[in-house]
Design a protein around this ligand. Sequence first.
Ligand code: HEM
Length: 371
Amino acid sequence: MRRTEPVSQDKDTGRWQVFRYGDGMTVATDANTFSNDLSEFIPDHEELRTFSKGNFQNMDQPRHRELRGLVSQGFTPRFVAGMAPRIETVAKELLDALRDRDRIDLVTDLAQPLPVTVIAEVMGLPVSDRALFRKWADALLVDNGIDAIFSEQGVAAMAPAIREMNAYLLNHVREYRTSDREGLIGDLIAAETDGMTLDDQEIVGFLALLLIAGHLTTSTLLSNAILCLDENPDATRQLRDDPGLLPNAIEEVLRYRSPLFWLDRRARETVELGGCEIPAGSQVSVALASVSRDEEEFENPDTFDIHRNPVRHLAFGMGAHFCLGAPLARLEVRIALKALLDRYRDFAVASDEPIVYHDPRGFQGATHLPV
Ligand code: HEM
C-alpha cells in the first residue's frame, strides 16, 4: 500500500487510510487540519457522552490542553519514576509464582497482570479487582472489535461495561473526596489551574482512559518484545551483556511491532494528502504498523535492530496528544524484560503450541504466547 496507494479510501468503512511516515506525521501533528474529536462518527449515546467527559484524547485545543494540564499535575514524571520499586516487586512476585513451570503463557502469566496491577496501584484502586479491569478493557477494545465505538450495535454491546465502569470509578472518586487518602485520585481532586478544577465525572473519564489506554497497549508491547527477542537471539545476547541497551531496544520494538494499528483523526477541512483530496469531515486513520516500516524514512525497515538510533516511531503518537503514559509503559517493559533476562538463562517461544493473536486491526500482538 505504501508504494501503490499511500493514501486511499477504504471502501467498506469510507475512512481514509494513510500508510507513509511523512503523511502519518502530518495527520498526527497538524491539529489545525486534523481533529481528535471523532464524536461525529460515534453514535450519540448519553451514557457514553457522560463517561467520556474527561477523556481528553478525544478533544481539541483549548480544552485538551486545560484537561491534560490539570491531570498532568497528578500524573507527573516524578510520580511515574517513583513507581519503579513497586513495579520491580510486582514483576518479581509474578515471576516467583512461575518458578516451578518450564512453560508459561507470557501474556496471561506476566504481560497482562503486570500493567493491570500497576495501573490499579497508580490509581489507588484495589488490585483484587483486576479481573474487572481486564473484563472492561476487553469489552471496550477487544470483544466487540476495535471499531465498535463507531456503530450503534457496537456501542450497545459495550454499554453494560461502560455503565459498570462508570459507577465503579465514580464511587471511588466520591470516597476519595470525603477522605484524606493520598494518591493519584486525591491529586486529581486537588489539581487546580486559574481557579479551574476537575469535577467527579471528568476524573472518572480520565481514570477510565488510564485503565483502558494503559493496559492492553503495555501488555502487547511486552509480548511483542519477547517475539522480537525470540526471532533475534543475537540481540537477546547483547541485552543480557549490556542491559543499558534495553531502552533503545524497546523503542525498536515499538517501531518494528507497533502495539496499536491505527491512529484516528477527522479532517476539519478538505485537504490534499499523498496526491489525494480528502473531503472535509472524513475519518482519517494512520496505519502505525505501516508508517514505522516506511523505507523512505528508515534504512532496512524490516530489520529489527536494537542499535537503530534515533528510532523515530509513531507508536505513541506525536504532537499535543503524545501518549501521556509513555514513560510508565517504557518503565514497566524495561523492568519486566530485565527481570526475565536475569531470571532465565534461556527462553524461547514454544514451537509445538500456537500463538494466538489479537485481531490485527486493533492490537498488533499476541493474546496467548507460550514460552
Ligand atoms: C495517548 C499509545 C501506554 C495513557 C496515546 C496515543 C497513542 C498511545 C498512539 C496517541 C493518541 C492520539 O494521538 O490521538 C500507547 C502505547 C502504549 C501506551 C503504544 C504502550 C506501549 C499508555 C499508558 C498510559 C497511557 C501506560 C497510562 C497509564 C495515554 C493517555 C493518552 C494516550 C492519557 C491521551 C493523551 C492526549 O490525548 O493528550 N497512547 N499508549 N498510555 N495514552 Fe498511551
